[in-house]
Design a protein. Structure first.
Length: 338
């Protein structure tokens, strides 16, 4: 069966609504996906909250959902600018951090409503169940400086190196770092650990744990090093590489949902995008190494008597100046040829 592609609600829909603010209890509105259906309406209320509205027929049942953080769903009689009062399923995004997910959710509603003989209430209830896990993952806390550079490096490798080499779906399927896996990218054939450094001298990376550079059970282990400079005139930021990743997924709803799930699991929130945009980076180098016995690392095998009792966590730094002979690519083009 062919996978249906889902497109998110276009950002310019909300921008046009914002240009004509709502007043009082009347919502300012326009069709959310006019190329697909006239049943889904995007709207702003006087408080600036985003709504997705679906008109109900007299015979349609009501829908109420209070189980999803960040979205409120109820059946209401509403006054929409340019329309007579009517009964709608009203979905309100109450958390700006969830706007990207809300738009993708709306895109899937539009695609569903474009079908024939659709039970409107049942269909939306089913979609809410599917997307509830994303609403529950909307992060509230800003990422630390180390977490920001780490996520930046993973997204840079994903978008600039990995996706062009193996394709969008496979690359996203193998991105396991946000979900707590030992290595950031994993498959049966290979694993790749990605690290960022902002050290001015050398290429020094902090390794967290004795298992982080341990070989996988199957296949080879590679190490991708991203060297960054934090500069006011830098052209990249965490927010910009998130945007680049979303652009790659724009025409593929399944890929977009995987990306958003990974971003949420990594602790990324659009609610902090303005802060993430302030930290600018210049990319100095991206280099891929093969990890062999002579790669600078510690593993359990280095402790002949086992890790000493009472030692709960080991962190250490490695300098890749001693590993230049293990470098296999210093550009995406060379990586593509491997």
């Amino acid at each position: 069966m062919e996978t249906r592609r889902i497109e998110a609600i276009a950002p310019d829909i909300w921008q046009r609504l914002a240009d004509s603010p709502a007043k009082g209890d009347v919502l300012v509105a326009r069709l959310a996906a006019p190329d697909l259906t006239d049943k889904l309406i995007a709207a702003f209320d006087a408080d600036g909250k985003r709504h997705l509205l679906v008109t109900l027929r007299d015979e349609d049942s009501e829908l109420i959902d209070r189980d999803s953080r960040g979205i409120d769903v109820a059946t209401r009689i509403l006054s929409v600018q340019g329309h007579d009062p009517a009964r709608y399923i009203d979905m309100i995004c109450s958390d700006p951090a969830g706007h990207a997910i809300f738009d993708l959710f709306g895109g899937e509603i539009a695609a569903t409503l474009a079908g024939t003989d659709t039970d409107t209430t049942y269909s939306i209830a089913t979609l809410l169940g599917k997307w509830r896990r994303f609403w529950g993952q909307v992060p509230l806390q800003i990422l630390s400086a180390e977490e920001q550079t780490g996520l930046f490096a993973e997204l840079w490798f994903l978008t600039q190196w990995f996706v062009p080499k193996i394709g969008l779906k496979q690359a996203l399927d193998r991105w396991r770092g946000p979900f707590g896996s030992r290595h950031d990218f994993e498959s049966a054939a290979e694993s790749i650990e990605v690290k960022a450094t902002t050290h001015v001298t050398g290429t020094v990376h902090r390794i967290h744990g004795i298992d982080q550079l341990a070989p996988p059970e199957n296949g080879m282990l590679y190490f991708f090093s991203v060297k960054l400079r934090e500069e006011a005139g830098g052209s990249k930021s965490l927010a910009s590489v998130v945007y680049d990743a979303r652009e790659l997924c724009r025409d593929d709803g399944d890929a977009m949902s995987k990306l958003e799930n990974a971003l949420a699991s990594a602790g990324y929130s659009d609610g902090h995008a303005a802060e993430y945009s302030k930290k600018k980076f210049r990319l100095v180098a991206g280099r891929l190494f093969i990890v062999r016995d002579d790669f600078p690392r510690l593993t359990k095998n280095h402790f002949t008597g086992g890790i000493p009792a009472g030692v709960d966590r080991i962190e250490y730094d490695i300098d890749l100046q001693s590993a230049s002979h293990l470098e296999i690519a210093d550009s995406p083009e060379k990586y593509f040829q491997l």
